[in-house]
Design a protein around this ligand. Structure first.
Ligand code: FES
Length: 157
């Protein structure tokens, strides 16, 4: 089920695309902007509107790491678990997150502040270990640098 507002915004978006499925990523973003993530019922309604199967649209949503299919915290940290990052210190960063921030991979902290999601190579191997914090890339991550980044973003809310 899509809200009237979501349907309105998606209809506007569709005008910018030759084929409805071309608007699928933007349409997913619209739903996420309204709800914080894309729940199953919205995904099904959206797939129908775009003339896609739910499985196809779910595949698109899963491919993009900034589209969330489950509720997330106020901040989302994608920590790379690619080979380069792993070799350059990602395990210590994961351990630091677990021990000092109560963040386990794939989970949201009980206070709803932070969701930690492992990510495949972020294309930042030259500054491994790398992460995306609320969509912004950061590299050469150490536990100390991570603390600074998190303190800054928690300071914003
Ligand atoms: S392996 Fe982590 S950015 Fe490439």
């Amino acid at each position: 089920m899509l809200s009237d507002r979501e349907r309105e915004e998606i209809t506007e978006e569709l005008k910018r695309h030759a084929a409805p499925r071309g608007a699928c990523v933007d349409a997913l973003r619209i739903v996420q902007n309204h709800r914080g993530f894309v729940p199953d019922e919205a995904l099904h309604a959206l797939a129908e509107l775009l003339g896609m199967s739910a499985a196809e649209l779910d595949g698109v949503a899963t491919f993009y790491n900034q589209i969330f299919r489950r509720p997330v915290g106020r901040h989302v940290l994608h920590l790379c678990d690619g080979v380069m990052c792993w070799m350059q210190g990602a395990p210590a960063v994961y351990a630091h997150l677990r021990e000092h921030h109560g963040s386990a991979a794939g989970e949201t902290t009980p206070d709803g502040r932070l969701t930690l999601l492992p990510a495949p190579c972020l294309g930042q191997c030259h500054c491994a270990p790398a992460l995306l914090l609320d969509g912004e890339p950061h590299g050469d991550i150490t536990p100390q640098r991570l603390d600074t980044l998190l303190a800054h973003c928690h300071g914003r809310g």
